[in-house]
Design a binder for this molecule. Structure first.
Ligand code: ATP
Ligand code: MG
Length: 252
C-alpha cells in the first residue's frame, strides 16, 4: 500500500464562531502505480483533502500513511523535508515563478532540497524528455502557453522522482485540446509507474484514471474502477455515478 488515509476529519475555524466541517470521515487507500481521480460537487471537500495530503494543511483528526509511515505525526521540520522529497504537486494555476526561467522553475524543488548543482542534469534530462519541453528551458513562464506551462508544472512536480503526484484541477485553466494533451502526459507517466491522485470536475479528465472516488458531504460516497472498459464507456459510467452523487440517490 502506498497511501492510506484513515478516518480523516477536517474542521475549519475549530473553536471559533463559525466552524466548518469540511471532511467528516474520509478513509481510502491507494496502491503503488494507481491513477485515482477524485470527484464531487463544489464545496464537497476535494481541495481540503488534497491540501491535507500535500501537507499544506493539517487534519483535525485521523491519520495519513505513506508507505506505512504516519506522515500526520511528523514534526514541522521533518514534514517540510518529507514533502519536498516524496510528494509532487500540480495545481490549477500552476504557480510558476515569472522571474525564473522554465529550467530554474523545474529545478527549484531540488534547490530547496539542497541538491548540488552538479546533480541537476540527470533528473532534468529525465523529466524534459518525458514531457517534450526541451526547447522551452531558457524561456520565462510569461513567454510560454498555458498548456506548455502546465507541462512545465508537471516536470517540476516530477523532478524529485516523488512517490505520489497530487493534482488539483490540473486541467481547470486549460482549453479542451490542451487538457487532452495534459491528460495524455499524465497517462504516460502513470504507465511508467507514477502514482497519481487527481481532483477534477470533469468526467473526461477522470476517465483517464484507473479508479474514481466520489466525495459527498465530506465522505467517500462511492467509487468505480475502469477495468478494461473503453474510455467513452467509462465516461458514461462516471457521469451516471456523478448524477447519483449529486442527486439524493444511493448505490445500495
Ligand atoms: N480556509 C477555509 N476556512 C473555512 N472554510 C473553508 C476553508 N477552505 C474551504 N472551506 C470550506 O470547506 C468546504 C470544502 O471546501 P473545498 O475547497 O475543499 O471544496 P472543493 O470540493 O475543493 O470545491 P471546488 O470544487 O469548488 O474546488 C466548503 O464548505 C468551503 O467553504
Ligand atoms: Mg477545490
Amino acid at each position: 500500500m502506498l497511501l492510506k488515509v484513515d478516518h480523516l476529519e477536517k474542521i475549519y475555524n475549530k473553536n471559533k464562531e463559525n466552524p466548518v466541517l469540511a471532511l467528516k470521515d474520509i478513509s481510502f487507500s491507494v496502491i503503488q502505480g494507481e491513477f485515482v481521480a477524485i470527484m464531487g460537487e463544489s464545496g464537497s471537500g476535494k481541495t481540503t483533502l488534497l491540501n491535507i495530503l500535500a501537507m499544506l494543511d493539517e487534519a483535525s483528526r485521523g491519520n495519513i500513511y505513506l508507505e506505512e509511515k504516519n506522515i500526520s505525526q511528523l514534526k514541522d521540520q521533518e514534514k517540510a523535508a518529507f514533502r519536498r522529497r516524496e510528494l509532487g504537486y500540480v495545481f490549477q494555476q500552476f504557480n510558476l515563478l515569472d522571474q525564473l526561467t522554465v529550467q530554474d522553475n523545474i529545478l527549484l524543488p531540488l534547490v530547496l532540497m539542497g541538491v548540488k548543482a552538479r546533480d541537476f542534469d540527470q533528473p532534468l534530462e529525465r523529466v524534459v524528455g518525458k514531457l517534450g519541453i526541451g526547447d522551452l528551458l531558457k524561456k520565462y513562464p510569461y513567454q510560454i502557453s498555458g498548456g506548455q506551462g502546465q507541462r512545465v508544472a508537471i516536470a517540476r512536480a516530477l523532478i524529485t522522482n516523488p512517490k505520489l503526484i497530487l493534482a488539483d484541477e490540473p486541467t481547470g485553466a486549460l482549453d479542451s485540446k490542451t487538457s487532452e494533451d495534459l491528460l495524455h502526459y499524465f497517462s504516460i507517466i502513470n504507465n511508467q509507474g507514477q502514482t497519481i491522485l487527481m481532483v477534477t470536475h470533469s468526467a473526461k479528465a477522470a476517465s483517464v484514471a484507473s479508479r474514481v472516488l466520489f466525495i459527498k458531504d465530506g465522505k467517500i460516497f462511492h467509487q468505480i474502477y475502469k477495468g478494461d472498459e473503453t474510455r467513452s464507456a467509462f465516461i458514461n459510467r462516471i457521469n451516471n455515478a456523478m448524477a447519483v452523487t449529486l442527486g439524493g440517490g444511493s448505490f445500495d
